[in-house]
Structures are given as C-alpha cells and as structure tokens.
Design a protein around this ligand. Structure first.
Ligand code: ZN
Length: 86
C-alpha cells in the first residue's frame, strides 16, 4: 500500500484547505473525487450530476445532488490543484 494512502486529512477543514480541495477537483492532473451514489454518476437526479464531482466544504465533501458525504481527503490534495501544468 502506498504511504500516501494512509496520510489523510479529515474535517473540519480550513478555508484554505477547502479552496485547495475544490481547486484540485477542477485542475489537478488526477481524477477528481466523485459521488459514491450510482444514480448520481449515471446522471439520474440531474444531467449535470453525471460523474458527480464532490464539492469540498469545511465539514467535508458533499454531493450537491444527493447529499452523499465523504469525510476524508489525501493530505497532498489541497496543494495539487494550485500547481502549474505548463
Ligand atoms: Zn450524489
């Protein structure tokens, strides 16, 4: 197992961490975190929910369509979205 996988951050998250995590969702060179609900990923609640990216809040990740929550992230994630991809 990767040592990175064991290095988790859990809410409450600071504003800076929330900003970083949401930047990761939009810009990181890796797949974003998505909702765990199959209906969401299939676009059933709303076509925009397809692939259902989670949104970071100070209380953790939330799915805007079904309320699914996830309360952990990898420690390195908040910094990754701000790295340049030039
Ligand atoms: Zn969902």
């Amino acid at each position: 197992m990767s040592p990175v996988a064991d290095d988790l951050i859990r809410p409450p998250w600071t504003d800076e961490q929330v900003d970083g995590l949401n930047a990761y969702q939009k810009h990181a060179p890796f797949h974003e975190f998505t909702c765990g609900n199959d209906d969401c990923r299939a676009g059933k609640p709303d076509p925009r929910s397809r692939y259902a990216p989670l949104r970071a809040t100070s209380d953790g990740w939330v799915c805007d369509w079904c309320g699914y929550r996830q309360a952990w992230a990898f420690r390195g994630m908040p910094g990754l979205g701000h790295e340049s991809r030039d």
